[in-house]
Design a protein around this ligand. Structure first.
Ligand SMILES: [Ca+2]
Ligand SMILES: [Ca+2]
Length: 221
């Protein structure tokens, strides 16, 4: 409302002045003069309004939305992953470890480990179960070059026995050896993943039993 009233006052003053000075200008010339007068009035108004809105300081904001994500890689080069003619009711372990590398572009990464077993056997938390396979997983530093013995926090039954789905680390130190922190890893962090299992006392058949492990990189919790 204020800007409109200022505009009207300026336009009226200019209009009266122009009328007194150019009273003998032809009608066609007056049309052009009206257009010019309107343009000039608006130009003056823009300047006036601009001055009214100016402040002692002013600023702007820039918003940056990054593009980052989670990624993990498992390298099993040279690792024995096939166990043929395996005796029943016997322990076994992976001779060479799988090397896990965090490749996330986000600052810290947690891991979830999912497992499935096909071929007629099932994962179990108990010994002596027909068609029941016990398995354990432990993450260690890459300085650990041979499979740890089942002792202490290595392959312990409470935290390290393989479940169908479990988050690494957390309060229970799941799948951790007691030294390596696998719960919140930095970009390019490497670890060794060791796997141990114990065959059941009896099996319904000799078809292949395939244990599939999947690591998923995720937000630390
Ligand atoms: Ca442990
Ligand atoms: Ca975790």
């Amino acid at each position: 409302m204020f800007e409109k009233s200022v505009y009207s006052a300026v336009k009226k003053t200019l209009w009266m002045g122009m009328n007194s000075i150019h009273s003998n200008i032809q009608r066609k010339g007056m049309k052009n003069m009206k257009k010019w007068l309107t343009v000039m009035t608006l130009a003056i108004m823009v300047g006036a309004v601009g001055q009214l809105r100016a402040a002692v300081s002013d600023g702007l904001t820039i918003t940056i939305q990054p593009n980052a994500g989670y990624a993990v890689d498992i390298d099993t080069t040279g690792v024995t992953l096939t166990f043929s003619g395996q005796a029943l009711n016997m322990p076994a372990y992976v001779v060479l470890p799988a090397t896990v590398t965090i490749e996330s572009t986000l600052a810290t990464t947690d891991l979830q480990l999912d497992a499935s077993l096909s071929g007629g056997w099932s994962l179990t938390n108990s010994t002596g179960i027909a068609d029941g396979l016990q398995a354990w997983v432990v993450f260690t530093s890459t300085t650990v070059s041979s499979c740890p013995a089942k002792s202490g926090q290595n392959f312990d039954d409470t935290d390290d026995r393989l479940q169908t789905s479990r988050d690494v680390g957390d309060a229970g130190n799941y799948y951790e050896d007691g030294s390596f922190e696998a719960d919140s890893q930095a970009k390019n962090q490497e670890s060794h993943m060791w796997i141990r299992f114990h065959t059941p006392p009896s099996t319904s058949d000799n078809t292949d039993k395939v244990l599939s492990l999947t690591l998923t990189a995720e937000l630390p919790n």
